[in-house]
Design a protein around this ligand. Structure first.
Ligand code: FPP
Ligand code: MG
Length: 418
């Protein structure tokens, strides 16, 4: 059995013994995950066992190699993949800009999406591509490509991005944007990302159809990936998005369940997309179930932390920074983490939460109460807790620039001011 990439390193010296054989890059894990149906059960088991053994040996060799790398001369380092420059590896993760690192992968993101939205109806194309103007943060695609590259490096010692993983980053951005187009209809929002919203410019009916169209084109790209497991993961994201938005529409009557309802809603509305698309990148890269779960948990915790900070900023950031009025959530009748924490100190908030702050003066009173309570501090602490969980999940990954960038993403989420 001619296996595989690990023959490239000597486990004794850590020297690179040969070049990569790219054709093995995809075929090896694919064979590992899907042993041939033509082989007997015994042969399949033997194959799986052998592959695991080779993988283990490879990993040991890689660990000793990376330890050696710290002491070796630059000549032995020139074999590391191009973006994995030693200088960058020595950089602390907070100095790394994850958005810069992911830029080469995403430079054509919006142009690629606009191509997918091409249609004979100029008008539909114009509306559906309106938000793909290159001004978005592309936070979700950044997470997907960094996770994909970090995992590929961990498994294959090659951080090369697979085309399917690149497509996953596109799908993530399209689903996210489609949900925002619909969200602005629900929230009757006039602005998005500092410009007029689709619903304001073209009306509700066309906005809903444009969101549907983006979603349909994302589904087409997903189908082209031809991976049933990934289709299941992304279908779950769509279910969660709708359920999350629906959960947000009602205040939980039972006070004892209010916080868990809020966290469940937060996962479905925000973290499901980051969790499942990170996991999909892992599945597409041939990662085993432990690594898939790691990717999912990273995306889940970062997504929840992101939303908690979003809910906190709603109280403290100015309209200019956020591009929407301060306390917009209260005005929409939403009780987010800061209010739920504050209601422990100020019980008078509880009936307001139930009536969704609809009485005259409710919004102002609730806003004051939150600022006077420790609701904001507790929200930040909870975000920190999820950030730490995300950090601990990715700690199992082999050290790489992309892994450090994933760590840096977490800090950026906590530090952001808009
Ligand atoms: C932003 O919420 C909205 C979401 C993250 C998801 C919205 C989901 C739907 C409308 C369900 C439909 C789903 C699909 C896939 C079309 P926000 O109002 O808290 O944030 P904002 O301040 O950015 O508007
Ligand atoms: Mg909204």
């Amino acid at each position: 059995m001619a296996l595989p990439v690990f023959t490239r390193f000597s486990s004794k010296s850590g020297q690179v013994l040969g070049n990569k054989r790219p054709h093995l890059f995809i075929s090896a894990p694919a064979r590992y995950l899907h042993p041939s149906p033509t082989l007997s059960m015994k042969a399949n088991l033997l194959f799986t066992h052998r592959w695991r053994l080779y993988r283990h040996i490879g990993r040991c060799a890689r660990q000793s190699f990376s330890r050696l790398k710290q002491f070796s001369t630059s000549s032995s380092l020139q074999h590391t993949p191009a973006p994995q420059m030693p200088g960058a590896l020595h950089q602390q993760h907070h100095d790394l800009d994850p958005f810069k690192l992911a830029e080469p992968d995403l430079v054509s993101l919006y142009a690629d999406i606009r191509k997918e939205l091409w249609t004979q109806s100029n008008h539909l194309e114009q509306i559906s591509s309106y938000y793909f103007d290159g001004h978005g943060k592309a936070f979700r695609p950044v997470m997907v490509v960094l996770m994909a590259r970090a995992l590929n490096y961990h498994i294959f010692e090659s951080n090369r991005l697979l085309e399917t993983q690149h497509r996953m980053a596109i799908i993530a951005e399209m689903i996210h944007t489609a949900s925002l187009v619909h969200d602005d209809v629900i929230d009757t929002s006039d602005t998005r990302r500092g410009k007029s919203s689709v619903n304001l410019l073209w009306g509700q009916k066309k906005a809903i159809l444009a969101g549907d169209f983006i979603l349909a084109q994302a589904a087409r790209i997903l189908a082209q990936l031809d991976n049933e497991d990934v289709v299941h993961l992304l279908a779950q994201v769509l279910v969660d998005l709708v359920q999350g938005e629906f959960m947000q529409m009602s205040a939980m009557e039972d006070e004892s369940e209010r916080f868990s309802h809020y966290l469940q809603k937060t996962f479905k509305k925000t973290a499901s997309l980051t969790a499942y698309t990170c996991k999909a990148a892992a599945v597409l890269g041939g990662a085993d179930s432990t690594l898939q779960e790691m990717a999912f948990q990273y995306g889940r915790n970062v997504g929840i932390a992101f939303q908690l900070i979003d809910d906190l900023l709603d109280f403290i950031a100015s309209q200019n920074e956020l591009g929407k009025p301060t306390a917009a959530d209260l005005r929409l009748g939403l009780a987010t983490a800061p209010v739920l924490f504050a209601s422990q100190k100020y019980p008078e908030l509880k009936p307001m939460i139930l009536r969704r702050f609809c009485n005259l003066g409710d919004v102002e009173k609730a806003y004051e109460a939150v600022l006077n309570s420790d609701g904001l501090t507790h929200t930040k602490l909870l975000a920190r807790k999820h950030a730490n969980e995300a950090l601990s999940h990715i700690s199992i990954l082999a050290d790489s620039v992309e892994k450090r960038a994933l760590m840096s993403v977490i800090e950026k989420v906590l530090e952001r001011s808009k």
